[in-house]
Design a protein around this ligand. Structure first.
Ligand SMILES: [Zn+2]
Length: 456
């Protein structure tokens, strides 16, 4: 058995739960932060950096969709929308084999680490063989995602998705959705089979994800909740106007309204998108303790609409950000798009700063950190006992790194330079060095080979 490993890192500035500190020395032992001291003089040797931040959780991802990035920006017809995009997605998904999902996911996770995300909530629904038949191992595809997270060194909260119907009222799955399908029994077997793939995982978290109210009947939702063992519960909700209309036609209630009346929604839940919610629904999400899972870049890309974050944060609502379709993978892009969407909507500036924050960058970062941790089911922040998930920003690309403080976060979020993350430690492992994932070459070569075959 390997002995206990211990390491000390020193940074000029660091963002701690109590705020900014200088001369920050972090002692890491077996992947966990053992101790943090401040006001420490720089060491003569060892690792030193300018500014350290806690790693951000990415609360919503469909990693395989990374391979479609850039392939759907062609106007297909006069009504190009989320729904026409989804048809392309289904065609693409039908070709992905287990080894493909491994290569694509490893690439997406390496890029997430390079962008400053140290954990991902993977909303995984590609379970079955292309013809809809079951693999011998129900967790064949999920196991590839777990292996990819391991290869990239990414923290994983896996959310196996329950997807059984094509629309409200228990409509049968369409042919092209059969890869996603389960019933309650096969889903229970899938959850159990995931355990066979997680023996080496130190801080793996398993949750569940009823796909949406479109895809799950009320009875199934009740059964699913019983299968959950205390992990996070994520659901897509109210992403589309049509979805709200269909839900109203089916039940007489709006989706968020229906969910809050019919499920025990609390702090373990993440309501992904929640884009089309009225004021009363926003207030009740905030009161429930659930996290609104905002994916501003994907929501912009798909023409979904704009979440009313100004009202929501005024009610004390929790939120985090996710890269969802992975059309781009960037923590700063998500945070910037979130703020800018609110500026478009409210015709005002610095909306997400809300009460008590002078800096919008700081408010966005800390909001996404806390909400992301809650949605991922993990402790976050630079504090003893937490996983040593650290992100250092590049002094060369971000002169503010020399100054530290909120100005640094504002510059990172708003200046729009593509990547200013220089180094990332994930559970104490130095995974990104000089802006590059340590295994990028091999991961990228495998990804390119798969991509060429898929799009040829
Ligand atoms: Zn999604």
């Amino acid at each position: 058995m390997a002995g206990k490993t211990s390491e000390r890192l020193w940074f000029e500035h660091g963002l701690l739960p109590s705020g900014w500190a200088s001369g920050v020395e972090i002692t890491i032992s077996d992947g966990t932060i053992e101790e943090i001291s401040t006001g420490v003089m720089p060491p003569s040797g060892g690792v030193r950096g300018r500014t350290v931040l806690p790693g951000l959780p990415n609360l919503h991802s469909h990693a395989f969709q990374r391979a479609m990035s850039g392939l759907t920006e062609v106007r297909g017809n006069s009504q190009d929308s989320f729904w026409s995009w989804r048809s392309l997605l289904y065609q693409f998904a039908s070709r992905i084999r287990p080894e493909d999902i491994h290569a694509i996911t490893a690439m997406a996770y390496a890029e997430m680490l390079e962008a400053g995300f140290t954990r991902v909530c993977e909303f995984h629904y590609l379970h079955n063989a292309p013809d809809g038949g079951r693999y011998d191992d129900p967790a064949e595809m999920a196991g590839q995602v777990i292996r990819a997270a391991d290869d990239a060194g990414m923290g994983l909260t896996l959310l196996p998705v329950f997807y059984a119907h094509a629309g409200f009222g228990g409509q049968p799955l369409a042919e092209e959705q059969k890869r996603f399908g389960n019933d309650a029994g096969s889903f229970a077997r899938l959850l159990e089979a995931v355990g066979q793939h997680t023996a080496n995982q130190t801080d793996f978290v398993l949750g569940i994800a009823p796909h949406s109210l479109r895809a799950v009947t009320p009875d199934e939702l009740g059964e699913l909740i019983l299968l959950d063992k205390g992990g996070p519960i994520h659901i897509h909700i109210a992403e589309q106007v049509k979805e709200v209309q269909d839900c109203l036609a089916w039940s007489g209630a709006r989706p968020v309204d229906w969910l809050l009346h019919n499920a025990p929604v609390d702090g373990r839940w993440c309501l992904v998108h929640a884009t089309h919610t009225d004021d009363r629904e926003l207030h009740r999400i905030a009161k429930s303790g659930a996290v609104a899972g905002l994916c501003p870049v994907t929501e912009a890309n798909l023409g979904d609409g704009i979440f009313d974050a100004r009202a929501y944060i005024s009610y004390g609502g929790h939120y985090g950000v996710g890269t969802d379709s992975n059309v781009s993978i960037s923590a700063s892009d998500e945070l910037r798009m979130l703020e800018y969407s609110q500026r478009f909507k409210t015709l005002s500036r610095n909306v997400m700063a809300g009460e008590g924050y002078a800096s919008t960058g700081r408010a966005l970062f800390e909001g996404a950190l806390a909400g992301g941790g809650r949605a991922a089911g993990i402790p976050v922040g630079l504090a003893p006992g937490n996983p040593a998930d650290l992100v250092a920003l590049s002094e060369a690309d971000l002169p503010e790194a020399a100054i530290g403080g909120d100005r640094l976060l504002d510059a990172w979020v708003f200046r729009g330079k593509s990547n200013v993350v220089s180094d990332v430690w994930r559970r104490g492992r130095h995974t990104v060095k000089g802006g590059q994932h340590i295994h990028r070459a091999g991961i990228e070569a495998r990804y390119r080979a798969v991509l060429e075959a898929l799009i040829s």
